[in-house]
Each structure stands twice: as structure tokens, then as C-alpha cells.
Design a protein around this ligand. Structure first.
Ligand code: 48H
Length: 260
């Protein structure tokens, strides 16, 4: 028997995947976590012509966007942030003069599709387990299959090198944690370390999420909840404007830093 369908399908997947992986072993920007802030940043950076790879430990990218508020699949955005969603083709519905609601499933799927269509490559089920630092500059991510990590298999990872690394891991700030607690670097925060997230205060949390979005160390950036957690900001619940604006802000900072 020659060229049976089973061989064609398996061969196509293997060749296509490894071509994609090989093309992304050295990138301009690596984004850890495909949540809302990372997805907005990914789209902006890819549209600007940079090679962008996102690593998402879960099977489904989208981060905390799918579940709305308490599993009611609607979220709220401010008018100016709704404009960012409209760029992705996502529909919003006015509540009053200030806020709009969004179907969270449309929002999650639209953000993922938009980032991908702009040219960012998303590697799902891949966990970033460490970072690379050479001579005081963060320059890579250490990756492994998330199921390997979950099953605690002793399997060595591989490395993707990058000119800029965004921690978009949300509440735990996993990548900044590695930088501070494993590499022992001092980041650009009041203490040089991670201050930790404060309780709920929607208005303040939305504002500081954007304010706290910045470069924290050479080569290392944070967006969204990760940025806010690092600087001790308040959480804000199911309102997402700050996340989108944070993603856009970090993309602009990186484009400037990379001379684009
Ligand atoms: C690969 C990883 C790793 C890893 C984590 O939490 P996210 O949705 O991220 P943000 O900051 O863009 O958005 C935050 C928002 O969803 C939120 O939580 C809000 C508004 N909360 C308010 C409140 O009061 O609670 O997504 C982060 C993503 C997730 O998909 C993780 O699976 C992924 O990062 N991730 N991926 N390697 N080491 N760690």
C-alpha cells in the first residue's frame, strides 16, 4: 500500500508543526500567556512587522476572558477600550455613556483570531518554565509541553531566544517571579521586587494596570495583571479595558525599544 491517507495526514501535521516551531526558535518578541493583554500586544507587534511567538500553557488560549463575571459570559469595557475590540471585529453593546458589554466567548475567540491573523504564532499547551539571562539582559524563554510539567516528568526543555520578553501570565506574574526569585535581579519597582496584588478596587485597578505597564529589566516587560501585581495594584474584576490598553502600551514601548 502506498501513500495511504493516514500517512499523508500524519506527515502533513508533523512537517507543518516543526516548520512552524523551527521558524520561531529565534523571535523579536516572546509573549508568555495568551490572555487579553498579551493578545492585544501580539496583534499590534505583529502588525508592525515583528516576529511574535506566544506561549500558552493551557489548551485554549484566551486566559481569563472566557468566563465573564462568575461564569455569566458577559464582561464590561469602557468606551475607549471598546474601540480596541472593534479593531478586532468584536461587537460591543452600550450600557450607558461610559461602559459597554461584550459577549466573553466572542471576545476571547476574536482576540485569539485577531492576533493570529496579524501574524503572531501561538503555541498552546506549551509552558514557559524558565528564562534565559545573558550579561544582565533577558534574552530567551525555556519551554516544555505543559503535560510534561503537569505529570512532573523529568524531561529537559528547549529554548527560544528573543529580543523582548513579555510576562502576560496574569495574577501570578510567573516570569517576573523567575527573574526576581531565581535570577535574583532587581526590577523597576519601588522595592526592586514584587509588591503583590491588592484586593478589589475597580476604578483604581483599571488605572494602575495601564500605569504599571512598563519595561522592568533589560529585555523584560510585563502587561496586564502581571504588571499590576508586580507594582502592588488593586484587582478590578470583570472589566477588561485596562488589559487591552496595557497590551497596546507594552507593544508601543517595545516597538520604541527595538527601534521600530
Ligand atoms: C505559559 C502561562 C504561564 C506559563 C500562565 O490571566 P490572563 O487572562 O492575563 P491578562 O493579564 O492579560 O488578563 C487578566 C484578566 O484575564 C484577569 O484575570 C482579570 C481582569 N482579573 C481581574 C480580577 O479581579 O481577578 O492570562 C494569562 C495566561 C493564562 O492563559 C495562563 O494559562 C497563561 O497566561 N500562563 N502560559 N507559560 N508559565 N503562566
Amino acid at each position: 500500500m502506498q501513500n495511504v491517507m493516514e500517512e499523508t495526514i500524519s506527515g502533513a501535521i508533523v512537517r507543518s508543526y516543526f516548520k512552524k516551531l523551527e521558524a520561531n526558535l529565534a523571535v523579536d518578541v516572546a509573549i508568555v500567556g495568551a490572555g487579553p493583554s498579551g493578545l492585544v500586544a501580539a496583534r499590534d507587534l505583529a502588525l508592525a512587522g515583528l516576529k511574535v511567538a506566544m506561549f500558552e500553557s493551557k489548551l485554549a488560549p484566551g486566559g481569563g476572558t472566557w468566563g465573564g463575571g462568575m461564569l455569566m459570559n458577559e464582561v464590561v469595557v469602557q468606551n475607549d477600550a471598546a474601540e480596541i475590540l472593534h479593531e478586532f471585529g468584536i461587537t460591543t453593546v452600550p450600557v450607558d455613556d461610559t461602559y459597554q458589554t461584550v459577549d466573553s466567548v466572542e471576545m476571547a475567540s476574536g482576540l485569539i483570531f485577531g492576533a493570529r491573523k496579524a501574524g503572531a504564532t501561538i503555541f498552546n499547551a506549551v509552558k514557559v518554565e524558565d528564562i534565559v539571562i545573558h550579561d544582565g539582559v533577558v534574552c530567551g524563554v525555556v519551554i516544555n509541553w505543559n503535560p510534561v510539567a503537569r505529570l512532573e516528568m523529568h524531561v529537559d526543555p528547549i529554548v527560544v531566544t528573543t529580543r523582548a520578553l513579555i510576562d502576560g501570565t496574569g495574577h501570578p506574574s510567573e516570569i517576573i517571579n523567575k527573574a526576581v526569585n531565581k535570577a535574583g535581579v532587581k526590577i523597576d519597582s519601588p522595592t526592586g521586587g514584587i509588591l503583590g496584588e491588592k484586593p478589589m478596587w475597580m476604578e483604581d485597578g483599571e488605572r494602575t494596570t495601564v500605569e504599571n505597564t512598563k519595561r522592568l529589566y533589560p529585555g523584560l516587560y510585563a502587561s496586564g495583571m502581571a504588571a499590576n501585581n508586580v507594582q502592588g495594584g488593586f484587582r478590578m474584576g470583570p472589566i477588561f479595558g485596562g488589559m487591552f490598553k496595557s497590551g497596546r502600551k507594552i507593544a508601543q514601548i517595545i516597538l520604541k525599544d527595538l527601534g521600530k
